[in-house]
Design a protein around this ligand. Structure first.
Ligand SMILES: *[C@@H]1O[C@H](CO)[C@@H](O)[C@H](O)[C@H]1NC(C)=O
Ligand SMILES: *[C@@H]1O[C@H](CO)[C@@H](O)[C@H](O)[C@H]1NC(C)=O
Length: 333
């Protein structure tokens, strides 16, 4: 509702400036830098005006937040990124993937895929884990302007579990999933089930990422991994999630509200919401002195976004951002 109002208001303002050149007369260095850095090309001048207004609006939010961050009142820093010229509603349409829908019925995981009791939790669980440091995580890629985070999370969790099992880190094909598994609801769990059904997923090297959906070109002789079973971590319990992350990275989903203006630090915002639509890979957890416990999260937003493509999200804050709600990992052959 609010976003819809804002876009109407902004369109109104943009329309008022047509012919008036209110903004174009003042050179705007930040705006030019932004367009250059993120390769932004707009349809026409009125679209550019609108984008610039959204950008300026977001910059006000960022500046006000960062004053509080500098004063030690916020646990994370905001910054300009590829979303700074977009409205939240556009981001959920264009970048996120509606990963809040339910998996289609025939792909529903079996009830016994769930882990057992919390009683399984090991008392001497580590206080921190970083699978990236342990060499179990492929480099961050950029999904571009496509709804493909689900494919990155699914390929990523298989890549890491394969490394843990076999000691080989092989990048797996996200395009394979986009082309062959995207006709089901675009969910990480469906992609994992799809890998199981195809009896493998090709390597990234043999089937590189393009972004747009094309014809399925899966070739069994080019596979890099095979999935035996998909396991969901029981939602709602962050200790249980940490216990499982200590054994290997886990695919999860967070709301797009968490990614919009994030730059660095431990993201904490009580307005994050619980309706996740952006798929990610949890690669570890830890604790920092000033801001407490966090999850380490790998995105598919490129290495210039956030902390080199990663973010830290507050942990043990009542399932903030619904981090435990859709957490999956595979058992491999
Ligand atoms: C992303 O998905 C939504 C709905 O699933 C769709 O409306 C939108 O056009 C898609 N965006 C892109 C860039 O594919
Ligand atoms: C995890 O490890 C990577 C690679 O060593 C490092 O760059 C990153 O800062 C670590 N993350 C945290 C939160 O410690």
């Amino acid at each position: 509702m609010k976003a819809a109002f804002v876009i109407v208001a902004l369109l109104g303002v943009a329309a008022c400036t047509l012919g008036g050149a209110t903004y174009s007369e003042q050179p705007n260095r930040e705006w030019d830098d932004f367009k250059f850095q993120f390769d932004k090309i707009y349809g026409d001048e009125s679209e550019e005006q609108l984008r610039m207004l959204i950008f300026q609006d977001n910059n006000k939010i960022i500046d006000a937040h960062n004053e509080r961050w500098a004063a030690g009142e916020e646990s994370y820093e905001m910054g300009v990124n590829q979303f700074t010229d977009m409205l939240p509603s556009e981001i959920s349409k264009g970048f996120a993937n509606n990963d809040d829908e339910h998996p289609i019925e025939d792909l529903e995981p079996e009830p016994n895929d769930y882990l057992n009791e919390v009683g399984d939790l090991d008392l001497d669980m580590p206080v921190k884990v970083n699978w990236t440091q342990l060499g179990a995580v492929t480099p961050v890629m950029n999904q571009g302007h496509f709804n493909n985070s689900w494919a990155f999370a699914a390929a990523g969790v298989v890549e890491s579990h394969q490394f843990i099992k076999s000691g080989r880190l092989v990048a797996l094909s996200k395009q394979n999933l986009v082309d062959c598994c995207g006709k089901h609801n675009k969910l990480t769990v469906n992609a994992l089930i799809c890998i199981k059904r195809m009896r493998g997923i090709d390597t990234e090297a043999s089937y590189p990422y393009r972004g747009i959906t094309g014809k399925c070109q899966f070739q069994r002789k080019l596979i890099g991994a095979k999935v035996k079973k998909i396991i969901q971590v029981r939602p709602g319990n962050e200790n249980e999630l940490a216990y499982n992350v200590a054994k290997g990275p886990i695919a999860a989903v967070i709301p797009q509200a968490a990614i919009i203006n994030y730059k660095s630090g431990v993201f904490h915002n009580s307005h994050c919401g619980q309706s996740p639509d952006f798929a990610v890979l949890i690669v570890g957890f830890g604790t920092c002195k000033n801001f407490g416990d966090y999850w380490i999260i790998k995105t598919s937003l490129g290495s210039t976004w956030g902390e080199k493509g990663y973010m830290r999200l507050a942990r043990n804050k009542q399932n903030l951002c619904g981090i435990t709600n859709r957490a999956y990992y595979p058992a491999l052959y």
